[in-house]
Every structure is written in C-alpha cells, then in structure tokens.
Ligand binder design. Structure first.
Ligand code: BES
Ligand code: MN
Ligand code: ZN
Length: 508
C-alpha cells in the first residue's frame, strides 16, 4: 500500500525519484502552478518556457517529464497538466488537483518515491492531492504470474511513497485531511480489489467472510444470514435470485456504532457476485464484465469501514445483498412468483432484473431499524448507462431535497452524478395479473422503472435515495485521472461524504 505523508523538506534536498509540479493552461501558454517556485527558480524562472518548448500546454491529463535542474537530489521533474488556470484569487478546483495527482502517480508507476509540489491553498487541497495520488497508485496483480512481481500498471509496481510538500504538517486540519485521504483511498482501493476479483473466487460466502474479517479488524458488528437463516426469515428475493447458483446467497449486516451518534444512516449495496442473467440469460458480449455487479455492495462495505476508521459521529449500517445469478435446474424461472421479506409478492418476468429483487429484501430489512435515511447503491440498469454514459451515476429519491443533497455531496467529492425522476405513470407498467408487482415494466425509462420498484420496499416515512452506478462502476476503457481500468470504486467517496454530513447534521 502506498504511503502518504506531509513534509516541510525543501524540494532540492529531498531524496526522491521524481518531483511533481503542476502546469496550467494560461491565456498565453503554459504557466507553472503555485507550489513549484523552488523548481522554477532552479530553471532561472524559465520552467514555463522550458515546458512550452517540450510541447506542454497545461491541458488536463498531460504529462511532461524533464531532467531535474542542477542542485536537485531527485533526477526527474514531472509536470502534470491542471487544465485552465483559475481566475485571479480563485484557487485550483479540488477535483482538478485530485485528477492531476492521479495522473502523476500513474505516470510514476515503477518509481519508489515522489514529492508532489502542487498548489495547496488549504488542508482540503492537501487531502485532494493525497487522495488522487493514492487512487492513481493502484494496481491489481493478485492473478498475475509471480504474484507481486508481475505488475499490471504497464508492468510496473505502483508508486510506493507519496510526499506532499508545501502543506503544514503540524497543522491539525492538514493532519486530519491526510488521515481522511488515506482511509478513504485505502478502503476505496479495497472496493476496487473486490470488484476486480474474479467471480470464481468472490462468491457470496467469500465476500461475507471478507466482511467478517474487516469487522474484526475495525471493531464493527457483523451479522451474516446464510441460506438457512434467509429461508427462516423469509427473504424470498435474495433466495430467489441465488437459487440457481451452486454458491448460496448471503445477507451481511455490518454496523459501525458510536456513543456520540445522533443519527443513523443505512447503506444498502447490490452484491451480485456474477450476473449471468439467470434463465433470462445474457447474450455473449453482455456477460464478460458482470463480475462488477457487486460494485454497490463493495462501495457500501468500503464506506462503512472508512466511517469507522475516521471515527465519524454517526451510526452507519451497511447491508450487503449477496447472491450469484445463474441459470440451472433450481433457478428461478420467468413466471415464478417470489414472496419477499416485506410480505409483498413479485412476479419475476425477467430473471436478469435480479438486482432489484435482492435490494428489495435488504431495503426492507434496513427499514425495520427506522434509520434517518437509507441510501442504496447498485449497478442496476443498462438503461442508466444509455442515459448518463460511463462516468456519471444517476440519483433517484423519494424526497427531492434529499436527492439534491446527495447530488451535491457527490459533486463536492469529485464524483459525477445527476438527478433522475421517479415518474408515477411508470409504476403501472409493473402491475402483475398474479402478484403485487412484477420485476419489470416499460422498457423506456428502464432505470427509473427500477427505482420505482425499489421505492415499494422502503418503510413508511423513511427518506431514501438510490444511486444507479451501472455506468461508472467498471471502466472498460483506458485509465484516466485517478481512475484505473476495471473496478473504479464508484460511490465510495459520495457515501463517506453522506456519512460525514449526517454526522454534522447537515444532511436532511
Ligand atoms: N447488472 C445488470 C445491469 C448492468 C448493465 C450493470 C450494464 C452494468 C452494466 C442488471 O442486473 C440487468 O441485467 N438489468 C437489466 C434489467 C432489465 C432486464 C429490466 C437491464 O438493464 O437490461
Ligand atoms: Mn441482471
Ligand atoms: Zn445485475
């Protein structure tokens, strides 16, 4: 795991493999961002000109490497693009810093130690740079031959040591920001690992065991319902989805509680460890990445552990609805009716609409504790990917103010999200001639239909939001910013922020 520290050392004397500086796009060419004055001075104040000669413009994502000036212990300067230079007196946007730090960390894979001299106006900026660097310094090598020695980041090990210069190492706010960045990034990276783990190894029982280990390590309460307990409790949704698999389903309840809490936030994650579609089997081309269908549960898991590590003054309960959706002689059929944990019956018209079935049981279970709010996270619908693309998750809610608050929390931490409606007229498409509701409705607006289905399983009077992360959860394209290929850790930072806002009483 990459280490993150603040240091007061001067850049020239620092023993490191590289010095990272920021370059922004000014109106008349590249400009060196604040923080890199010592480096610029060593180039006789001409670093911007040198960078321009090398073709740098300051565009976001750009990397320019140049030999360090005389008198520097580090051999290399890496200039990372920050995008447009902010207006006079305005600082750099936190997300621009986070992305640039991520780009630099990725470009430095194979190096041991780098000093970051990016513009820091306050502790939050230091947190953003630290978070970006730790998220960029990620690789998933578990399944590469030779284990740790075969590195996925272009054959190189991730950057091991990140030192931030220009902050205030003794300042409490800075220390807290670095601690927060470390806890959030480490847990987020763990969520990425879970998503990237192949489904033959990460089945529901294996995921539950990992949650139990984490609970022990972080002093959390954990309760695992296995298939027998689920049958006894009447969790027909989770059991129905899991019935086709040789690996039985689980419902995991992971609780972080503190005597200082005034509020209780419940988080519910879709944890389909593999989604084949079931009897309504997905065609080839649609099932290769479906190990990612537990990304919601991974995000919830990471957020609960991060909340505990940060000692947030709020009770957070995570519910992981874990099942594998497979076709077999024991699988649920299109036409079957399931009796859900809430007592409602559901006619399963399409076994590939399984996420809403496991979530329905977990949402009703979460509702029984009457939390102040419930937020669920799920790779729920292809329709949401069509609507919002691969980088933005949809936010639906039974309360408009809460939906806005969740959207704003996401933007605040640098996650792209967008509010989506729950149009009442789409509910009747799920009317069933035999059951209380069908698990499918109109094809058009499929993401909203799924949201309306979930709403049926929220306890009366409980504020609820639903995040459909089907687009951003898994990156099939090349890496960008601090986001790697594969599992992204989507929604983790938003959930942690929501827990913080609930703790401070600033959320609904
Ligand atoms: N896990 C999928 C949704 C998904 C699609 C996630 C693409 C990530 C990327 C979900 O279980 C699913 O199959 N949904 C169906 C629902 C339909 C049958 C009503 C869909 O969106 O096609
Ligand atoms: Mn499905
Ligand atoms: Zn699914």
């Amino acid at each position: 795991m990459t280490a993150l520290t603040l240091s007061t050392a001067g850049a020239p004397g620092l023993r490191a493999d590289a010095i990272v500086v920021g370059v922004a796009k000014g109106t008349k060419g590249p400009v060196v961002a604040p923080g890199a004055e010592a480096v610029d001075k060593a180039y006789d104040g001409k670093l911007a000109d040198v960078l321009e000669t090398l073709g740098a413009s300051g565009a976001e994502g750009e990397v320019t490497k140049l030999p360090a000036p005389a008198g520097f212990k580090a051999p290399l300067v890496l200039a990372v693009g920050l995008g447009a230079e902010p207006e006079k007196d305005a600082g750099y946007d936190g997300e621009a810093l986070r992305r640039a730090a991520g780009v630099a960390a990725r470009a430095l894979a194979g190096s041991k130690k780098a000093a970051f001299l990016l513009p820091l106006t306050d502790a939050a900026d230091a947190g953003a740079v630290g978070e970006g660097a730790l998220l960029g310094a990620y690789s998933f090598d578990t399944y590469k031959e030779n284990g740790k020695d075969a590195k996925s980041a272009g054959g190189k090990a991730p950057l091991a040591d990140v030192v931030l210069l220009g902050g205030k190492p003794r300042d409490r706010a800075y220390k807290a920001a670095i601690e927060r960045a470390t806890a959030v990034a480490e847990e987020l990276n763990r969520a990425r690992d879970l998503v990237n783990t192949p489904p033959n190894d990460l089945n529901p029982a294996a995921f539950a065991a990992i949650a139990q280990d984490a609970a022990k390590a972080h002093g959390l309460k954990v309760q695992v319902l296995d298939e027998k307990a689920l049958a006894k409790g009447g969790y027909g949704g989770i059991l129905g989805v899991g019935s086709g698999s040789a690996s039985a389903p689980r419902l995991v309840k992971l609780s972080y509680t503190t005597s200082k809490a005034k509020k209780h936030l419940a988080l519910v994650g879709k944890g389909i460890t593999y989604d084949s579609g079931g009897i309504s089997l997905k065609p080839a081309g649609h099932n290769e990445t479906m190990k990612c269908d537990m990304s919601g549960a991974a995000a919830v898991f990471a957020a609960v552990v991060a909340a505990a590590r940060l000692g947030l003054e709020v009770n957070v309960t995570g519910w992981l609805a874990l099942a594998e959706n497979m076709p077999s002689g024991s699988a649920t059929r299109p036409g079957d009716v399931l009796r859900m944990f809430s007592g409602k019956t559901v006619e399963v018209l399409n076994t590939d609409a399984e996420g809403r079935l496991v979530l329905a049981d977990a949402l009703w279970a979460a509702s029984q504790e009457k939390p102040d709010a419930i937020v669920d996270v799920a790779t729920l619908t292809g329709a949401m990917v069509l609507a919002l693309g691969n980088r933005t998750f949809g936010v639906m809610a039974n309360d408009e103010a809460f939906r806005t608050a969740v959207h704003e929390a996401a933007e605040e931490v640098g996650e792209e999200a967008w509010p989506m409606p729950l149009p009442e007229h789409l509910r009747k498409g799920m009317d069933s001639p035999v059951a209380d509701i069908a698990n499918m409705g109109e094809r058009m607006g499929g993401g909203l239909v799924a949201g309306l289905f979930l709403r049926e399983f929220i306890g009366d009077g409980i504020t609820w939001a639903h995040l459909d992360i089907a687009g951003p959860a898994f990156n099939e394209q090349g890496p960008f910013g601090y986001t790697p290929k594969g599992g992204t850790g989507s929604a983790v930072r938003t959930l942690v922020r929501l827990a913080e806002l609930t703790a401070s009483g600033d959320l609904g």
